[in-house]
Design a protein around this ligand. Structure first.
Ligand code: URA
Length: 439
């Protein structure tokens, strides 16, 4: 086959066969299709889309690029995946809480994508923590501790690992077909029987509107179903960053605070909603009230924090970080951010904040870029907050002062203020399951 013909076919809006998709992806993995050809194909897919047969073929070919983990039938495996947001550290709280509640969570995550952060980069900020583990080791750790948090590897969805990194830096993330194959291949290969997707909608998300989000939800749910996985999609609002901390080490610190019982309303609502959907799907809780009791108990008894610590030790990291945040990598400068005007926060351009932080190396612009794990921002105002000129509304952590000052200007410009009071938006926008898409 000829890669140029396959790119041309997709560019012209034709439907590709499973054989063509498989040949292209496998040739890219072998190196006979180049980065520039794959980038061109991804951009053609971005504009022309993929029909459901193509999405399934791509997902299957991602899964078959590596191996699958099989857990014994009596083990209740469940997981959650986010389509990507700003300040989205929910996995770091949810996985240990779910494990403390009796679920087995073999979580395969990704790195930062576009303006959004990635769980793997956050975990990499824990000194010594290993996210590249063999399939056998992931299985052992999950069975022993109830969770493991790892990345794609040569053994597990290598096709997603390579193509994900390329999409990150070629503006080809926001495609329902590509997102579906990327997420579902990881979640099917890891052996999760129940999956909850946090499908983010809004300015900081890859899906800006509910209609686009529903299109993606349908592809995710139907693909999961085709591979025997029960998928629940929760639509959540990403018109504002989640919590207060954005940036890799900063987000792990905020997650640790959560596990110590220091909740913020938005991260609490999202964490509890998603974890309870996992418990309900797996039938470990009979109803929402019971699920919430289990979740809050896991935090208040310290069991969830202990699970996180146990996982850090099992994956070679320094567990001292849980109690001594000075052990995390730190940026050189800590710059205060002052409000420039008075007003109620009307909207926050989270995507712009995400890219402002990529500019100080909290994320990547090129595949080979090194991350500054200590870089990021702590931002307090939420939609509806009243701020006064010269209030200190947050802090920027950066190792490059000049880039940091530019990032502050961009962050300030991301807040649109109103002279009149503004009501905060709902965080949970809906829930979708297979039934919503059955004829
Ligand atoms: N998360 C993933 O793993 N892949 C995507 O494409 C988007 C979010």
């Amino acid at each position: 086959m000829n890669p140029v013909e396959i790119i041309l076919k997709k560019r012209n809006g034709e439907i590709l066969s499973a054989a063509e998709i498989s040949w292209l992806v496998n040739s890219y993995l072998k190196g006979s299709v180049t980065d520039y050809q794959m980038s061109a194909w991804l951009m053609a897919v971005y504009f022309q889309g993929l029909v459901s047969e193509e999405i399934q073929a791509l997902t299957e070919c991602y899964i078959n690029s590596g191996k699958r983990i099989d857990f014994p039938a009596e083990i209740v495996t469940a997981d959650k995946h986010s389509t990507g947001g700003v300040g989205d550290k929910i996995s770091l709280m949810l996985a240990p809480i779910a494990a403390a509640c009796g679920l087995y969570v073999p979580m395969i995550s990704g790195r930062g994508l576009g303006h959004t952060g990635g769980t793997l980069d956050k975990l990499d900020s824990i000194p010594g923590f290993q996210t590249q583990l063999s399939l056998q080791r992931i299985k052992e750790l999950t069975l022993q501790h109830g969770l493991s948090m790892v990345g794609q590897s040569e053994e597990l969805v290598p096709a997603d690992k390579k193509i994900y990194a390329l999409r990150d830096v070629t503006a080809t993330v926001e495609s329902p077909g590509l997102i579906t194959a990327s997420i579902m291949s990881k979640k099917i290969a890891e052996g999760a029987k129940h999956l909850v997707i946090d499908l983010k909608v809004g300015s900081g998300a890859f899906m800006p509107t509910i209609n686009r989000a529903k299109e993606l939800a349908e592809a995710l749910i139907k693909t999961g179903n085709a591979f025997g996985q029960k998928v629940t999609v929760v639509l959540t609002n990403m018109n504002a960053p989640l919590g207060t901390h954005i940036g890799n080490a900063l987000e792990v610190i905020e997650a640790l605070e959560y596990l110590k019982g220091n909740y913020l309303p938005d991260t609490q609502e999202i964490t509890e909603t998603l974890t309870s959907e996992m418990l309900l799907s797996a039938r470990l809780a009979a109803n929402k009230e019971q699920a919430l009791n289990m979740i809050r108990d896991a935090v208040s008894t310290g069991k969830a924090l202990h699970k996180f610590e146990e996982m850090i030790i099992a994956q070679g990291g320094e567990p001292e970080v849980c109690f001594d945040y000075g052990k995390f990598p730190a940026a050189k400068y800590k710059l205060p951010i002052f409000a420039q005007e008075d007003g109620y926060v009307q909207s926050i351009d989270s995507r712009s904040i995400g890219y402002a932080l990529v500019g100080i190396k909290a994320g990547r612009m090129q595949v080979s870029d090194e991350i500054d794990y200590g870089a990021g921002a702590v931002l307090y105002p939420k939609v509806g907050t009243l701020i006064n000129k010269n209030d200190e509304i947050g802090t920027l952590y950066t190792s490059d002062r000049e880039a940091g000052e530019q990032a502050i200007r961009r962050i300030l410009a991301s807040y649109k203020l109103s002279p009149d009071p503004v009501t905060a938006e709902e965080l949970i926008l809906g829930k979708l399951t297979l039934q919503d898409f059955s004829a």
